[in-house]
Design a protein around this ligand. Sequence first.
Ligand SMILES: [Zn+2]
Length: 343
Amino acid sequence: MDMEPYKHDQRCPVCGSKAKVRDLTERDAYYIECDDCGTFELNDMICSGDISEKYRLRSCLYYYFRQNKDAFSTRKIVPQITDIEPGKEADLTRFYLVYLKEVSVQSLLQLFPQNISDRIAMIMVNLGNKVKYFGNTFSIEYNKDEPSYYPLFFLDENYGAETIKTQFDEMLRILKGHHLIAESNSNLSCYKYKLTLEGWALIEGYQKSKQNLPQGFTAMWFADEMKPAQFAIAKIVQECGYMPLSIDLKEHNDQIVPEILFEIRRSEFVVADMTGHRGGVYYEAGYAEGLGKPVIYCCREDDFKNMHFDLKQKSTIIWKDEVDLQERLKKRIEATVGKRQTS
Ligand SMILES: [Zn+2]
């Protein structure tokens, strides 16, 4: 069984709900407005399913969009999902009165659960989002509805596309067996489930313990001369198992927009490159420190003399060139937040 076709029937390529889908031929991308996932731009390659990790990726997208919810209605910056590796330049232009922030496929895949207990918890979070309230049910009509639930279940195509249905059935059996979901008014052709008290408690516990995404936010000066450093940082953050994210403020006249604070709040750590000594970067680093997030300070050697006195006391990576920055940043991330194991 394959992902549902959507291209011209106006369905969200991630969750399958009805959505407004605009074909942006000039950008090789789709601009999607889905009531459940929010607004986002998706690179054509991903939409056409022409990538090897489509089930994993679709699950990661599904989960990622639902962690975005509180910023939904007012957001001016929407994720642009690309298959461009960090270190390459994406086309982040202003579009439909929104700004785009680049999130790469490789980076999103870091969200895929690393062990069975995370996987079960994340599936339950998805199911909780789906049924929304205590007592509500979700129903699966036999041999018909299963594929629409696949994105909720973190199925892994690395075991072969033919195993997807088996994985799904087994996971459903496990959830039932552990009393996280219970059948409710099922009949022969249609299963109805509701989440049990244990199920809701698991969701609550997981959400309390995992308030962050495995994300490393970069605050820096977005001048052209800093591009190589920006890419170097993104590359290392990803190599360490985290999702790199930076939001270029040039278009906003260097104003701190709410989206940036939101992204810092849900990051594991922040890399703050002080080169250029922009007020915004100092502000973002201070904001992150105030939240108790690890902040890794960096500064290009020739500009360190201009660093604000208070911050000169901090242990800072004073780098000569991008190669130097990469090597030392990698060691620093490993020493402070640790390298994440990825599946
Ligand atoms: Zn959707």
